[in-house]
Design a protein around this ligand. Structure first.
Ligand SMILES: Cc1ncc(COP(=O)(O)O)c(C=O)c1O
Length: 476
């Protein structure tokens, strides 16, 4: 499909931004090499098949911010610039959710970041977690944790996973939050020749991890089309794989808040099982268990893939205490391979080597808190109470959106809801912020994301009315 991209050329045009842009599109008329500062150029592009022009991630359409940083280094520290690795050259800090959440910190209604709060920015810890913080031994908190995590904690997490499905599993490898686990897997499995199949839309940090950092080639696959789950998306995306791939599955999804039914998911699992190229399937189960409708899958596709042929598919589960135990700042995640025996030991050794070379062992204190909570007999009841609150917020938001006639993508789980907008979502976000309402703008898919996880039931009508007003829709 032919599309057009407007590119802001801020500095001298060099080969680098041109190459970075071309990585995901085909430029058919190359701009002249030197343009004036801040000039705008319109370039025709061929979008990859199935990709809608308005779905092209924003950072592909503007000059990659890493180029500005490289230019600064080139001008102010030539040695630093000359010594940058390829990853170093590609790296930048995106103006994504953390930046937008920071701006909304003082907003009256803050529906930006995916953590559970009381709606006023206060924490909502599970009592067994809060209690653990003051009741831990000095040994378990101040001495080094083992590489790969506290042994008893790893066993306790495995027990949790075994309760959901009895397929082969390695001992869960403890990471510093899920991001660290995903990044370790990027180091282990992704190079320039690796295709990385990402849900579209997806959590923006996947792009940072698997593309900007690991250098993989992203193949986006649509999760929802015309308000329905895209049943053929996985088969179509796998057909584009060159030699090997990493596939990310994320249910409940960020930013969609969507979880499929078993029937909807079945064609995806069949396509994965029948892949002709070797693939690693990473199930990012950050929001595991936060499902509010009865007809949806309640366990990770990781368990369904336990029977996949090891000659073709390696299933991996990435999960953790971040959302599941409401321990956002604790930074305790896990990577579990869907294999046992010698392959599990070999994979764990490799992961341990990469972790050793980067963070070494994770923080002992957070691991001790999670272990203590897992052993607390009250945990299940506390989690059920938390789920009741999340379910109330979910139903309240759904009802308010329907009453205010705000068109939204289907959502049934997790922490988020997506509202497509006709005009610039960033401009809408800034107007809402002026009114004391914080949401996240996702320009790449022309939508705003509402985190109902951090909005109290009482504040949801005000949040929805503010959005309706801005969208000039009839509100209740
Ligand atoms: C889908 C998804 N995966 C992973 C993470 C990262 O989790 P953590 O904070 O443990 O690194 C997030 C956080 O928002 C997420 O939404």
């Amino acid at each position: 499909m032919l599309g057009y991209a407007l590119i802001r050329v801020q500095k001298k045009w060099t080969d680098e931004p041109y190459q970075s842009f071309c990585k995901n599109s085909t430029l058919i008329s190359a701009p002249k090499r030197r343009h004036k500062v801040h000039s705008l150029i319109l370039v025709p592009i061929f979008c990859s098949k199935g990709m809608r022009q308005d779905r092209i991630p924003r950072y592909w359409l503007t000059m990659n911010p890493s180029q500005d940083l490289n230019e600064t280094l080139r001008n102010h520290h030539p040695a630093a610039y000359a010594c940058l690795s390829r990853v170093g050259q590609r790296m930048f800090f995106p103006l994504g959710i953390p930046a937008q959440a920071q701006q909304a910190k003082t907003a009256k209604v803050n529906a930006t970041i995916g953590q559970l709060t009381d709606g006023k920015g206060g924490a909502m810890p599970l009592p067994s977690m809060a209690k653990a913080i003051s009741g831990l031994s000095l040994e378990s908190t101040t001495l080094y944790a083992a590489q790969g995590g506290h042994k008893t904690l790893r066993a306790a997490w495995k027990e949790r996973l075994d309760r959901a499905g009895d397929g082969p599993k390695s001992e869960p490898f403890c990471t510093v939050g899920l991001t660290h686990g995903l990044s370790l897997l990027g180091d282990l499995f992704v190079d320039e020749d690796t295709d990385v199949l990402l849900p579209d839309p997806c959590w923006g940090n996947y792009g940072m991890i698997f593309e900007a950092r690991s250098g993989g080639r992203v193949i986006p696959y649509p999760v929802l089309q015309d308000g329905k789950f895209t049943t053929n998306a996985m088969e179509d995306a796998l057909a584009k794989v060159r030699s090997k791939a990493v596939v990310i599955l994320n249910f409940p999804g960020n930013p969609t808040g969507y979880t499929p039914t078993a029937d909807e998911l079945a064609p995806w699992l069949d396509a994965i099982r029948n892949t002709t190229k070797p693939i690693v399937v990473i199930c990012d189960d950050a929001y595991n268990g936060f499902v509010y409708e009865n007809d949806r899958i309640t366990r990770s596709p990781f368990h369904e893939l336990a029977d996949a042929d090891p000659a073709r598919v390696l299933p991996i589960k990435v999960d953790g205490a971040t959302k599941e135990l409401c321990f956002f700042g604790g930074r305790v995640g896990f990577v579990t391979f869907g294999v046992s025996g010698p392959a599990a030991t070999a994979l764990e050794s490799k992961l341990k080597g990469i972790a050793r070379a980067s963070i070494s062992s994770g923080p002992a204190i957070s691991q001790a808190i999670v272990l203590s909570a897992l052993n607390d007999p009250n945990l299940a009841t506390e989690k059920a109470t938390l789920m009741e609150e999340c379910t109330r917020r979910y139903h309240t938001l759904k009802r308010c959106l329907i009453e205010a006639k705000i068109p939204h993508e289907p959502f049934n789980s997790g922490f988020f809801a997506l509202i497509p907008v006709d005009n610039d979502p960033e401009a809408l976000r800034l107007r809402l912020l002026e009114q004391g309402v914080g949401v996240v703008a996702i320009p790449g898919i022309r939508a705003i994301r509402i985190a109902f996880s951090s909005t109290s039931v009482e504040d949801i009508p005000e949040l929805v009315n503010a959005i309706a007003e801005q969208l000039n829709l009839a509100s209740t």
